[in-house]
Design a protein. Structure first.
Length: 426
């Protein structure tokens, strides 16, 4: 008999069907055995009125009659008449996947990642991730952006600094991309509006709940802007439309984590970084350390202020200091500031963006001031000799977006196989 997907079972009431999937739970009640089976479309309860050798974790094929049952999840169940164990475990599972909650320490969760990912609640994280990945290109194309894919092996550093991974490239040295920044700026001169979804690599020795060393970045760059506010306005619209899709299609995954749908204002509040620092000092009696632009506690309090003052989970902070922004960031008219910004969401930086320098001479001068050597970057710099339009863009951390949307304690929970200072496996 041809396989029927579990999501189609409700259309076959009274009929005999065959399903295939993985066993999530086996429960015996007297002579009756209840077997919960999951395939990629959903789960269903199968009822056996006889002994069965099926156990939790098995890959099975079950044939039976579909019957309506209000008490069963989904409102239907299958009364089994035949079974086939397609594949079985050679040893007992080290974790219990039959429980509704997988209450494990993060290290255990990650050390047993190939198995912990099988749990429905863990799967919900990556189902939502999938919707986020789907929503971004759909929205970006609506706004006239062209998708590009840029190299991840680079001959020159994108962001500068020391947070890079050096690799051997035949007889040369290369670097894993810290971002697609240089290439997406070049592509503004080609398509005017471009976006990319891809991995980026940061050799930052962090041990925090918000950092990983390889993550998925949702990038964009747009040309012929008037100023950085055009970038902010477009990003606001993109985020709003993304969450309209995520809230609708991801409803069951939000519910699995008791997470409320994300409300995105038509116009997110924004303040200069210097202004929010004063507010945080006066209102919450916290002084942001002088050694940083804004620290994690400052971001948390900035979002607290946005919620209290504007009832918004989002706030743009603008005019970041020149010393804390990359060489391509457009300096502001006010001394020591730039047209660089961050978008904070629920206490954490979600997006970094800016207006970029589009004039060759200014770009070279800014590089010299920052001590960035132009050697090896001619492919990028020479582009600005040929009339690059005013432009700007952003980068969204997809793992953080999912983490903050679901209220996860660590960004590593929203990463299939996290890479951090100690973890290079599985």
């Amino acid at each position: 008999m041809e396989r029927t997907l579990i999501s189609e079972a409700n259309k076959n009431e009274g009929k005999e069907i065959t399903i295939q999937g993985r066993v999530l739970n086996v429960r015996k009640l007297g002579e009756i055995v209840f077997v919960q089976v999951q395939d990629y479309t959903g789960t269903i309860q199968c009822v056996f009125e006889k002994k069965t050798e099926i156990k939790t974790g098995d890959a099975v094929e079950i044939t039976g009659t579909v019957k309506k049952e209000e008490r069963a999840k989904g409102g239907y169940e299958i009364h089994a008449t035949a079974e086939k164990i397609i594949s079985t475990s050679t040893e007992d599972l080290p974790i219990d996947l039959s429980k509704s909650e997988l209450k494990l320490q993060l290290e255990t969760l990650l050390n047993l990642r190939p198995l912990s990912l099988r749990h429905p609640k863990v799967q919900a994280i990556f189902k939502l991730f999938d919707i986020a990945l789907k929503s971004y290109p759909a929205v970006m194309r609506e706004f006239g952006f062209t998708e590009i894919k840029t190299p991840k092996l680079l001959g020159a550093l994108t962001e500068g600094g020391a947070d890079f991974f050096k690799v051997e490239y035949f007889e040369k040295s290369a670097y894993l991309a810290q971002s697609p920044q240089l290439y997406k700026q070049i592509m503004v001169g080609v398509f005017e509006r471009v976006f990319e979804i891809g991995p980026v690599f940061r050799a930052e020795p962090h041990f925090t709940t918000r950092h990983i060393n390889e993550y998925i970045s949702l990038d964009a760059e747009m040309g012929f802007i008037n100023d950085y506010q055009d970038v902010i306005k477009t990003l606001n619209k993109v985020i709003k439309q993304m969450f309209e899709i995520i809230n609708k299609e991801g409803k069951p995954y939000l519910e699995a984590y008791k997470a409320e749908p994300v409300k995105v204002p038509d116009e997110m509040p924004q303040l200069k970084l210097s202004e929010i620092k004063k507010i945080i000092k006066e209102k919450y009696d916290y002084e942001i350390p002088a050694t940083t632009d804004i620290d994690p506690e400052g971001e948390r309090l900035a979002c607290r202020y946005a919620k209290e003052k504007f009832d918004s989970d989002f706030i743009f902070l603008t005019h970041y200091p020149w010393e804390h922004r990359p060489f391509y960031t457009m300096p502001a008219e006010t001394e020591g500031e730039t047209y660089g910004f961050d978008l904070l969401f629920r206490g954490v930086e979600l997006v970094t963006g800016s207006q970029r320098i589009n004039e060759y001479k200014m770009l070279i001068e800014n590089m010299k001031k920052k001590g960035v050597k132009p050697e090896g970057m001619e492919f990028y710099l020479d582009t600005f000799k040929y009339a690059m339009p005013p432009h700007g863009g952003w980068a969204i951390g997809c793992e953080r977006l999912v983490q903050l949307t679901l209220g996860l304690k660590s960004v590593k929970e929203a990463t299939l196989f996290p890479r951090d200072v100690k973890r290079l496996s599985p």
